[in-house]
Write a protein that binds this ligand. Sequence first.
Ligand code: FAD
Ligand code: NAD
Length: 463
Amino acid sequence: VSATPPSQTPAPHLVILGTGWGSMSLLSRLAVAPTSCRVTVISPRPHFFYTPLLAGTSTGTVRTASISEPIRRHLAPFLPPAQGQPRFVQANSTDVDFATQEVSAIGPDGTPIQVSYDHLVVAVGADVNTFNIPGIHEHAVFMKELEDGMKLQRKLHDQLEKASAMLAAGASKEEVAKLLHFVVVGGGPTGVELTAELGDFLRDDVEKAFPAVSGLSKVTLVEAGPKILATFDPHISEYAKGRLEAHGASVQTGTMVRRATESSLLVAKKGEPDASIDYGVLVWAGGVKARGFTEKMARKIGGVQTPANRPIRGLAVGPDFAVTGVSNVYAIGDCALAKGCSPTAQAAFQQGKWLGRALRDHGFSPAAAHKNGDPFVFANQGSLAYIGASEGVAELKNVLWDNHPEWGGGENGGGDAVVEGKGAFAIWRSLYFSKLLSGRNKWMVGMDWLNVWAGGGREVSTP
Ligand code: FAD
Ligand code: NAD
């Protein structure tokens, strides 16, 4: 690929903030015509990682490296911002001057960085929401970034060693059981899938490697609402709860965490006095909120971006993902309030794909793509979740049975289907495998799964 644009006018300089789902799919569409723009990606993370398999990294079902993909490999085809300048800048964007079209960022060593743009795509994702509950930031592990998976894995291994040493030194079974009580807060898909993975780890691996203490270990899932997986079909919520419990977890719904200390949670249950739950390891999976950067941008733009009496959940965008109130700025993924989309990888991926194609094919005017009869339409493919012991749940949208009303399908599209158990697990695995972004990731995840399936076992110590 030539480093010089084909025409005399320099190709527009596109700056992308973030290396997540939205950015990766945007880049994949632009890569079809890599000389159409000069690209700079700014992100604290020099890699993309496959969030749907994150929970499995904490228990060693898959390795961290297997689900991450260096961003630089995907930037090689593009023109650099200017001769010799980097296509990727490792930094946290902190501000945008919409008048001069300049992004300010801070590098890992605190170096201030300025990058000007012709077009800006904001795809910085979302942040963990702790609802300011006291003690959560200090005492809980999150399940959001690759580092969180690594941190939890180390914590699990350390805790198992500590518990074994304590039991050998004569500690009571109650004391040891407290250390091996793994509590996950949040019965959304993140919390449920982590509970499932922890159950697999305790059953398949801890039992063999730590036989003296394995019987004392337990996983509890705490959810404030009346059911887990509340956004799924009601039957799935019930089924998942039953199966998690059958696999050995305790599922406490209607239980709101109010505070965390170093070793216990204060919880409130409707109509009951507050109670406490002792834990050895605490994981917070209570949901997401807008990042500080996103909030700052929204406040700076004002108007519709700052609705009265409501928290800022993301940047308001038009149907072409243009950020309302400023020019040449687009937002996609979890940081954008796109109509009909929830904060999922599925939505971020489809948005990035549409915007990349629109920028590429319509002279950097996605509004033209929208007007010319190619509007963005979110195709909801449904939701899937792993629930442990090679079982899953799947709520599939518009599936196979088009034109088969007797199976729930309509004339104008497919029907919805609920699949549970081993069948759903097979769908979950095949679908998530097929969506891995690179052949390298596919090979490595395939090998990791094969190893566990063949009895090779997950890691029980952190090297
Ligand atoms: P992200 O993928 O979060 O990427 C944001 C990027 O921005 C990152 O590279 C980050 O480092 C970078 N960034 C952050 N701050 C800045 C800054 N100031 N400046 C520049 N860059 C910045 N969704 C599904 O559809 N199916 C699933 O099975 C599924 N499983 C999930 C499992 C887990 C454990 C989690 C946490 C989420 C899961 N999701 C799933 C949700 C999905 O991962 C998110 O909706 C998706 O990642 C959003 O994509 P995004 O591009 O908006 O943001
Ligand atoms: P979520 O918002 O879906 O679930 C968080 C849960 O935590 C809620 O059920 C909430 O009631 C509970 N909670 C909050 N505060 C609490 C408290 N104080 N005490 C007890 N419970 C409390 O968050 P998530 O599971 O992290 O998912 C975030 C996004 O990522 C969602 O859009 C989700 O669809 C997506 N995701 C999808 C998958 C999948 O499709 N398999 C997997 C993970 C995440």
